[in-house]
Design a protein around this ligand. Structure first.
Ligand SMILES: [Zn+2]
Length: 245
């Protein structure tokens, strides 16, 4: 188990849906942003299935979720791009077209560190998370080697490190003491997800909503504590680190 990478000059966090990045590595990104790193988000799908309301206007939901993602990035202190690839939610594939797009953005943004879903996480139900992880790994190979997708007409780029969140076999912890509030603020910025993801029912009474909000925050804080304990720090986010790319 290792602790803390040097603060990178720039980082690109790749998530399947708006909010995945905040769950997976929000406190780490807040820490790096505060230390001067340029933090970019790339979201693979349009998030159009992120509602439990069968009558939801999904076109409007897509735009809402993009606005929320911008607000979440701001809550983390991120100053980089928010890129939305808008593949249909729930139908993401790790094919060549998608790999082409991710490799393009890695070459364009030239991040020192890439963060993404662990594609090898066992018993994972959601296909988008698995495919987004697969794409992250595969697009790094395409981005770093000059003969992949030469028509992109961008210099190839090899990131220094890849951090996989939701790691099946975590071997690296980022100490995130002091950044839990930023992570929580960023998660709460995804207001369309209050009910489906955070189990906060805004139609409940004020005291019930407060209780649900506290319970959600406590779950997030408990996870930070659990991950920090892997490397003996009070709070952290755990990853699988791949450093030889
Ligand atoms: Zn997700």
């Amino acid at each position: 188990m290792s602790l803390n990478l040097p603060t990178p000059g720039s980082a690109l966090a790749i998530g399947a849906h708006p909010d995945d990045v905040e769950f997976g590595c929000g406190a780490t990104l807040a820490k790096w942003s505060a230390a001067g790193a340029v933090v970019h988000h790339l979201i693979c799908t349009d998030g159009s299935k992120g509602s439990w309301d069968p009558h939801a206007d999904t076109a409007a939901l897509v735009l809402t979720r993009q606005t929320e993602q911008h607000a979440a990035a701001k809550a983390l202190g991120a100053t980089g791009e928010c890129v939305f690839l808008t593949w249909p939610d729930g139908e993401l594939e790790s094919g060549l077209r998608q790999r082409w797009e991710l490799a393009y953005w890695i070459r364009k943004l030239r991040p020192a560190v890439v963060l993404g879903h662990d594609p090898w996480k066992r018993y994972r139900l959601h296909p988008d998370h698995r495919h987004a992880g697969q794409l992250t790994v595969e697009s790094i190979v395409a981005a770093r080697d000059p003969h992949f997708f030469p028509e992109q007409d961008l210099p190839h780029h090899r990131p220094e490190a890849l951090l996989l969140f939701e790691a099946d076999e975590p071997d690296h912890v980022e100490d995130t003491a002091g950044y839990a509030d930023a992570k929580l603020a960023a998660l709460h910025a995804h207001t369309s997800q209050l009910l489906s993801t955070m189990h906060i029912d805004e139609n409940a009474s004020i005291s019930e909503v407060e209780g649900q909000r506290r319970a959600f925050d406590q779950r997030v804080l408990a996870r930070l504590t659990e991950h920090g304990a892997l490397e003996g720090v009070p709070q952290g986010e755990a990853f699988k680190l791949m450093a030889e790319l």
